[in-house]
Design a binder for this molecule. Sequence first.
Ligand code: ZN
Length: 425
Amino acid sequence: MSSYLISNVSVVGAAPTDLLIRDGVVAAVGAGLTAPDATVLDGTGLVALPGLVDLHTHLREPGREDAETVESGSRAAALGGYTAVCAMANTSPVADTAGVVEQVWRLGREAGLVDVQPIGAVTVGLAGEHLAELGAMADSAARVRIFSDDGHCVADPRLMRRALEYVKAFDGIIAQHAEEPRLTEGAQMHEGEVSARLGLTGWPAVAEEAIIARDVLLTEHVGSRLHVCHVSTAGSVEVLRQAKARGIRVTAEVTPHHLLLTDSRAETYDPVYKVNPPLRTATDIAALRAALADGVIDIVATDHAPHAVEDKECEWAYARPGMLGLETALSIVLDVLGPQWDLIAERMSRAPARIAGLEGHGLDPAPGVPANLTLVDPAARRTIEPAELASRSRNTPYARMTLPGRIVATFLRGEPTVLDGKAVR
Ligand SMILES: [Zn+2]
């Protein structure tokens, strides 16, 4: 295995030091390190973070390899500074059996660019009628611990209760896409002033808040664990704040796009801005940012949702919801939070690794720790060119925007997946 000496680098924002990576681990941290056999990387001006961990990625394989594959999505993730991603279950076939989750897990190992941890479906075929084989997926080689019908809400309260009861036995988590389906029938965007002006059917904030309120109470009743996907409204933040104050075991994520973009983007009728849950208001964004800072929202997750051109470049009403996220997430969070490196490491690496139980991830670079880390140049600015992204899809809402921060290198167990800002393979 190769050795790397990263000189004069700031570890999570601290004063510059040297980092020696050898045999897959961080071998030493300290000023004035020497290692004649190691490749030296000049870390001046760079910040080393624990490798980022995404709890919410759509890799599209099996089934929609034209939009993304496990390999292309893994490469996009590595370029975004990630060393582990959790792959959502809404593939084709759905990841609702041990066979499919093991297939995704194996494809991730073969690609070898990030650790791919499959999420299993809660219900068979995401149909919301019968519980999937949660135990078989948990016992499989993929060792699934998080289950989600993401893309769909587990709307039936009895089924949600049974799912929470089932996973309690092995301390598993149900990750809910909170959307009361009867309140969002035909919805095209956030329900508010802009939707009224444009004459588009609205997706009301209460459709999310009502499900979160129900689910935190069910979680308390069962004594299980709940994770809330892509929280998007100020009201949801208040429900979560109360639930956490009561000691309910709930965690929550927010996406980069819900921290930055408002529903006014729909005025362009450009379907690149169509996403589920929809972009909300400036008031919601302010509440989400505050919740991310104070911990009511635990993590940033990308909801990276690649779509083929024909599914996205069409009329707004027919376009599939979703946006790319992996290659731009850190830049958006840096833009939103500023250089609060400890907070960024917590929300984008440590906490998601803890929630998902990913061993060897989410650990600050220190002697003996697996060398899963990323190097960021916070002073760099880059203009997003969709054609240059590693994802197979092009549906980024940040096209031609200039964003702060650049991922210079990413290491997975001591081997570089990204060097000089480019994928190694
Ligand atoms: Zn979702």
